[in-house]
Design a protein around this ligand. Structure first.
Ligand code: SOE
Length: 397
């Protein structure tokens, strides 16, 4: 369909900081490289700090700024509400947006508690059934080509029966004890620490790649630096300036857990902001009866593949450069070997969501998927609180 014949979907995005910028980039690029059946129009960006929101609006081409999210949702020219705010606001905004008949894309983790996530998932199911309204949670790393390809290889049986998963999300931006107490370190705003922020990603990736849910966990969590300087007014990505005084860190700095997948595989998970020297190392290794897969986001265009059928003398892991047009998401981009980066996942996410909304299909990961990850996060917290007791998780309904 020619671009001029495509319908337009107005996007209203709430949040303008790190994730707001990543999503802005996604909305801008979605229809330049991909071909969704509807075009996004960057109608309004919402944020309490009008000047900061305006700066993001000017840089990324948002047409207007709203300082009250309720007004943004109420606008008739907003069809899609994109929630890029801290977790404590997700449930209220998402439920209101769905009730107003808006399609909703919500950053991960879906909510701060299982109860909130359940309310959101129920509202999303009602809205889809009654009004054809679509919703999706932003587990963006699913849309990294090498990850999407890893899932396909598992589905195609290339590594056989899954026996082990080793999943790590390693960052180090809190190693400095003088790093400020930003919202991600406050339980009432973020829900949990490394666990919900980055542990949620590796839970989702494990389940996405293997196709199996986490059935039980035994966990340890730790807060290494218990008090930090209070932040000032200026946030910069994960950081901020500091002001007078100090406050308590009320979330975990690191979470480590073992788990059993529904199909019987054993998994280990490690989510930490204290892996000195590791910046955004999302590592996933899956060992199966016929082979293995290994991925590290710090080298995100590569997937390592081991085929156990190859004689050991020539065996080992093959380096697959995931830049061929046959690989998921790659064809619309550049010629082979011209690499993709962090922001491309957000473009893929925006293109997929626009396509689902325009075609009237339910996109994934759904709010129900987000709720299921939330139940795993809650089980990890319960297990850690009880001294690593084995904590079963009910299968997703
Ligand atoms: C901070 O740890 C963070 O920005 C996460 O919140 C994102 O989900 C991840 O993509 C990068 O790191």
């Amino acid at each position: 369909m020619a671009a001029e014949d495509k319908p337009t979907l107005g996007v209203g995005m709430i949040g303008y900081s790190f994730m707001g910028r990543a999503h802005s980039q996604g909305w801008r690029g979605a229809h330049s490289f991909f071909d969704p059946p509807a075009l996004p129009r960057l109608v309004a960006i919402g944020g309490r700090d009008a000047a900061a929101a305006q700066e993001t609006a000017d840089r990324f081409g948002w047409e207007s700024v709203e300082t009250d999210w309720r007004e943004l949702i109420a606008r008739p020219d907003v069809d899609i509400v994109d929630i890029c705010t801290p977790g404590d606001t997700h449930a209220e905004i998402a439920v209101a947006a769905l009730a107003a008949g808006k399609h909703v894309l919500c950053e991960k983790p879906l909510a701060n508690t299982v109860e909130e996530a359940a309310t959101m998932a129920a509202a999303a199911a009602d809205a889809a059934r009654d009004r054809g309204v679509r919703s999706m949670v932003g587990f963006t790393y699913r849309r990294v080509p090498a990850i999407a390809y890893a899932r396909k290889l598992v589905q195609d049986g290339r590594i056989g029966e899954v026996r082990h998963v080793r999943a790590q999300y390693l960052q180090d931006w809190l190693v400095d004890p003088e790093a400020p107490l930003t919202w991600r370190l406050q339980k009432e705003r973020a829900g949990s620490g490394a666990l919900g922020d980055i542990g949620a990603h590796i839970i989702d990736l494990t389940q996405f790649v293997t196709g199996e849910s986490v059935a039980g966990v035994s966990a340890l969590t730790e807060t290494f630096v218990k008090e930090r300087p209070l932040p000032g007014d200026t946030a910069r990505g994960l950081s901020a300036d500091v002001s007078e005084g100090r406050g308590q860190v009320t979330v975990d700095d690191a979470a480590i857990f073992v788990g059993r997948l529904a199909g019987g595989a054993l998994a280990t998970f490690e989510a930490t902001r204290f892996a000195t020297g590791r910046k955004n190392a999302i590592r996933l290794e899956v060992n199966g009866s016929r082979g293995s897969l290994a991925f590290d986001f710090e080298n995100m265009n590569v997937l390592w593949l081991h085929d156990a059928a190859v004689p050991a003398v020539d065996g080992g892991f093959t380096r697959v450069l995931v830049t061929e047009p046959e690989h998921p998401y790659v064809a619309p981009w550049w010629p082979q070997g011209h690499l993709l980066g962090y922001e491309h996942g957000f473009t893929h996410q925006a293109a997929d969501f626009l396509t689902a909304v325009a075609e009237g299909a339910d996109p994934t990961p759904s709010f129900a998927d987000g709720l299921q990850v939330q139940t795993v996060l809650a089980a990890v917290e319960r297990s850690a609180a009880s001294g690593a007791a084995w904590t079963p998780i009910a299968p997703p309904s």
